[in-house]
Design a protein around this ligand. Structure first.
Ligand code: GLC
Length: 739
């Protein structure tokens, strides 16, 4: 339809019909035999408004969406097609590594292509909008949703944001794309204490400099939608924040797409103590410019009375409805409400070998080699290797937010390793998690599943002994440990970041046998490893590696590919250090170079400062030497970029991929600046013994900061320019800006 026809349609719609376009409900309201009375009563919404609902959450499948679309359009007075939206966050059926693992690839190009693939699968299944990318900057590993984010750095998250949006939306025109919905706007990752849904409070300069850039990058890349955060920011719920939604997002950034609330977050304005009832909650949200109310009764019950009693101008509703109709029109739904989806196309699109290959490549690249004492890795096929651990043969490698993925499609670690050692012996050794209380707290397992997950003491003892006996006969143990899937993700906040006690006990028992131990970790957040790192020879952080995880892990273990992952979130010495991040301020008493000595500096009495494994860190099977950092000039001006260059040499016998990282520090500014900030990086392929000169072009604009009015500025003075393989081991040079 053209814009005139859209406007005509809007004018022809009743108020109830318009409000229906601003409601999103989940699948149980739209089942074939209309048994939706239960959910209707539970949510407190009328059948009339259910029939007018304009978008549906988490109904997928070409057949299912076709049927629901047909039924819903028949009920609509103008037969307006509904939007299907779903959590396709890191893959639909071909599940990628979790985004914290995708972040560790620093591979923007292949991540973008992987999101093209995810959009192809999801669109074939009739979905229109992916609730992705999640690009919240995350600095606190106690928060379970760190798994969903590319990491802690604003610059890197912004680059992933634009590439993920471009990947999802690349094929929108031919109905093989997904409208992106960047989330959670804004700063959800800064929940106090890493405690889920908790308050967020920060300075304006911190918000603009460290938390907003990824959302802005997504909007600039053309994200069709934005989802509001469930949390407050400086006391105002994001879902009702005129500052965030109207002033910054719509006016300053020019976003004219659809804003959707997060799940029930309009209703939750009441729980926040920000609205007295559903009507006031509706008024706050619509006036802040939230277009669609996800899964709450507010808009359905509250907008109409607001208009009839003169509290709300119907024009406000018209603006929101127009944005929703325009999105449907851009997706071509008025011409083809079924979006080209069909069971045949769906079957051909999912889990293809090319999609699996790319998932495997990204899974390989996501693996971070944290330790490799005495070069125990890579393994060779002649070694006597035994695989032990609860993740040895477990298919649940896809993480908590792969809600449409099927673990049965997953390649296990044992599957992958048997390509190299066909008669590999595999032992569980211990349970994944033996605390029934914690398993119950996860909220996803029923009594039967909990009972099955926790072995009897006799069975645990047997599993343990068998594994130890097998280890005695081997020379190398690959030990696959980690977190239970639902210990991470939404509502997965934890205060203790160590592996479970029973897993740490197994490490102790194996360490006493004097065998080489390769620890492979399957988890969704940084863990505390300093109490086990000296008991094992090598550590591979594998995250939840996705459908092809077992193949990728085996490929790295046996040297088919050289690990190249680099952390995008720091690993602490202790859970109590959180939040922990590399781009911190110096403080007046920095531990390293303060005028104070000994006690009176910024540190803990009982824990080393900083990270066990810092941002950007990761090893490979060969060492790369960095030398001769040079700046093309010692002074930078607004019209004269400078070149930053450095030599990198692969001194090993394997080809390798090195991620050369460029950081800077603004040494003196009217708002104290971080000790370093990432502003660029380059992935460089190096053959054995190969040397390359890596060059960055640096513009003055990249050295700006935000003050506490949200203004971006650059002040005269010295800047330290740093280059290195991670945020800790850097070479530096000084640069001057005269102003
Ligand atoms: C959840 C999440 C959000 C998700 C939405 C729909 O509560 O916060 O990320 O997209 O609801 O499932």
């Amino acid at each position: 339809m053209n814009q005139k026809e859209i406007i005509r349609l809007l004018k022809d719609m009743s108020l109830d019909e318009k409000i229906g376009q601003l409601i999103q409900l989940s699948g149980e309201f739209f089942s074939a035999n209309d048994i939706s009375i239960g959910p209707i009563e539970k949510l407190g919404i009328s059948k009339k408004m259910v029939d007018l609902t304009g978008s549906i959450l988490n109904v997928v499948g070409a057949k299912e969406t076709h049927e629901v679309q047909e039924r819903q359009m028949q009920k609509q007075p103008h037969h307006i097609p509904v939007l299907f939206m779903s959590d396709v966050i890191y893959g639909y059926k071909t599940i990628l590594p979790i985004p914290l693992g995708l972040g560790a690839t620093w591979d923007l190009k292949n991540v973008r292509q992987a999101f093209v693939n995810a959009a192809d699968e999801a669109s074939a299944a009739g979905n229109h909008v992916a609730f992705a990318p999640m690009v919240d900057v995350v600095r606190d590993a106690r928060w379970g949703r760190v798994l969903e984010s590319p990491g802690e750095d604003p610059y890197l998250n912004a680059r992933f944001a634009e590439n993920m949006v471009n990947g999802l939306q690349e094929n929108l025109k031919n109905k093989k794309g997904q409208a992106a919905c960047v989330k959670h706007y804004a700063a959800y990752g800064a929940v106090e204490g890493g405690k889920e849904y908790n308050s967020v409070d920060m300075s304006i300069s911190n918000l603009f400099q460290n938390y907003l850039p990824p959302y802005k990058a997504a909007v600039t890349a053309g994200s069709e939608m934005v989802m509001t955060s469930l949390t407050t920011l400086n006391g105002v719920p994001a879902t009702a924040s005129k500052a965030l939604l109207s002033t910054i997002l719509r006016q300053k950034w020019g976003f004219d797409g659809v804003i959707i609330s997060d799940y029930a977050s309009i209703f939750e304005l009441i729980k926040h103590g920000f609205a007295a009832n559903e009507i006031q909650a509706s008024e706050e949200a619509i006036n802040a410019s939230v277009d669609i109310d996800m899964k709450s009764p507010c808009y359905a019950n509250g907008l109409q009375p607001l208009v009839t009693n003169g509290q709300l101008d119907e024009e406000k509703i018209d603006q929101a409805v127009l944005r929703v109709l325009n999105l449907k029109n851009r997706l071509g739904l008025f011409e083809d409400p079924f979006y080209g989806a069909s069971p045949e196309r769906e079957a051909k699109s999912i889990l293809t070998s090319s999609k699996r290959q790319l998932a495997r490549k990204l899974s390989q690249e996501s693996l971070v080699l944290l330790q490799n004492d005495n070069h125990v890795l890579p393994l060779n096929k002649e070694q006597k290797v035994v695989l032990i651990g609860p993740y040895a043969s477990r298919k649940t490698l896809i993480g908590m937010w792969a809600i449409h993925g099927n673990p049965q499609d997953t390649i296990t670690i044992a599957d992958g390793m048997k390509r190299f050692i066909p008669d590999l012996k595999v032992y569980q050794g211990t349970d994944l998690q033996r605390s029934k209380k914690l398993l119950k707290n996860l909220g996803f397992l029923n009594e039967k599943e909990i009972a099955e997950a926790v072995s009897t003491p006799k069975q645990e003892q047997k599993n343990n002994q068998e594994a130890l006996e097998a280890a005695k006969k081997a020379d190398t143990v690959v030990l696959a440990l980690g977190e239970e899937t639902y210990e991470d993700g939404e509502a997965g906040s934890k205060t203790d970041l160590r592996l479970p006690k029973n897993q740490r006990q197994l490490i102790d028992q194996l360490a006493n046998l004097g065998k080489k131990i390769i620890l492979v970790l399957i988890n969704g957040r940084p863990l505390v490893l300093n109490d086990i790192k000296d008991k094992v020879d090598a550590i591979i952080e594998a995250w939840f590696p996705g459908t092809e995880g077992g193949n990728a892990i085996a490929d790295v273990l046996f040297g088919e590919c050289n690990p190249s992952g680099r952390l995008t979130m720091e690993f602490p010495y202790s859970s109590a250090e959180e939040p922990l991040y590399y781009n911190h301020l110096s403080t007046g008493r920095p531990e390293s170079n303060s005028q104070h000595k000994g006690r009176f500096v910024s540190k803990y009495l009982d824990c080393p400062s900083g990270a066990l494994y810092p941002f950007g860190y990761g090893l490979s099977y060969c060492d790369v030497v960095y030398r001769s950092l040079q700046l093309s000039a010692n002074e930078i001006t607004s019209d004269q970029d400078i070149k930053v260059s450095i030599n990198v040499t692969n001194t090993g016998k394997y080809s390798t991929t090195e991620t050369v990282q460029l950081y800077f520090r603004d040494e003196v500014a009217s708002v104290a600046q971080p000790v370093k900030r990432l502003i660029n990086f380059k992935k460089v392929q190096l053959k054995p013994m190969e040397k390359k000169r890596v060059e960055f072009v640096l513009s003055l604009s990249e050295l700006s900061f935000f003050d506490n009015t949200g203004n971006e500025k650059i002040e005269p003075g010295f800047f330290t320019i740093m280059v290195g393989p991670n945020s800790r081991d850097v070479s530096s040079a000084r640069l001057y800006f005269a102003g």
